[in-house]
Design a protein around this ligand. Structure first.
Ligand SMILES: [Zn+2]
Length: 237
């Protein structure tokens, strides 16, 4: 089994100041064997870190689509921002990548007790409450994505984790977890323990036997992101 943090930002994101060296140090400290680097709308930092051979990297991107943010993993080319979710998903799949919906129920409380929809003819049909919590959660988008992030260390409310897990069960999608670290100290705060893999296809298979876990980061981490935005001084490698 390996430990993987499947959602993390570096100084190649506008709201993070973490250098690539600090990502490597943070992963070693936290016992992370493999990291998905998912900067906002760029894969430049992920490619650079992968090519340094310092740590095992899944090249990813947090893609800003019209309806909300998606994670593309196993990318070879960046996905442009501002496209529809469906068009973005198709571009990721066309290059052999995988798509995850990060923090699917957002950063507000969402009780697992509310009506979350049901399954008709083997397809999940989300309730209005679910779609209004995140515009990405439509039948069409859910039917196309490969996995759902059920633990994101930056979500402040515990009940969104339980609700996201319930959502993944209804959708019958594999579960992922990630720290969404924007600072080095957050790295590894959420992770999956999973069987080893060699490529996107075997990764997806391995996720079926993965165990996501995590602890919520302090709300103070959001101030660190704000500070990184205000104090941008370029990206030291
Ligand atoms: Zn993120």
């Amino acid at each position: 089994m390996i430990s993987a943090d499947l959602h993390l930002h570096t100084c190649h994101s506008y709201d993070s100041a973490t250098s690539l060296k600090d990502v490597v140090r943070g992963c070693r400290r936290a016992g992370i064997d493999c990291v998905a680097v998912t900067d906002h709308n760029t894969i430049a930092g992920a490619l650079r870190l992968r090519d340094s051979d310092e740590i095992r990297v899944i090249v990813g991107e947090e893609i800003s689509t019209v309806e909300g943010e998606l994670l593309g993993l196993f990318l070879t080319q960046p996905i442009p921002r501002g496209l529809s979710a469906v068009a973005s998903i198709d571009l990721v799949h066309a290059q052999g990548g995988l798509v995850c919906i990060p923090h699917p129920l957002g950063r507000k409380p969402f009780s697992p007790e509310v009506d979350m929809g049901d399954t008709r003819d083997g397809r999940y049909v989300p309730s209005e409450r679910v779609t209004s919590a995140n515009r990405l959660l439509t039948e069409e988008v859910i039917g196309r994505v490969d996995m759902l992030e059920v633990i994101n260390a930056r979500t402040p409310f515990a009940n969104t984790w339980a609700s996201a897990r319930r959502l993944a069960e209804l959708c019958r999608l594999p579960l992922t977890a990630g720290s969404d670290a924007h600072t080095a100290g957050e790295i590894g705060r959420a992770r999956v323990q999973m069987p080893d893999f060699t490529d996107a296809r075997t990764f997806l298979n391995a996720l079926r036997d993965a165990r996501p876990s995590g602890a919520r980061s302090s709300v103070l981490v959001h101030f660190a992101s704000m500070y990184a935005k205000l104090g941008r001084r370029g990206c030291s490698e």
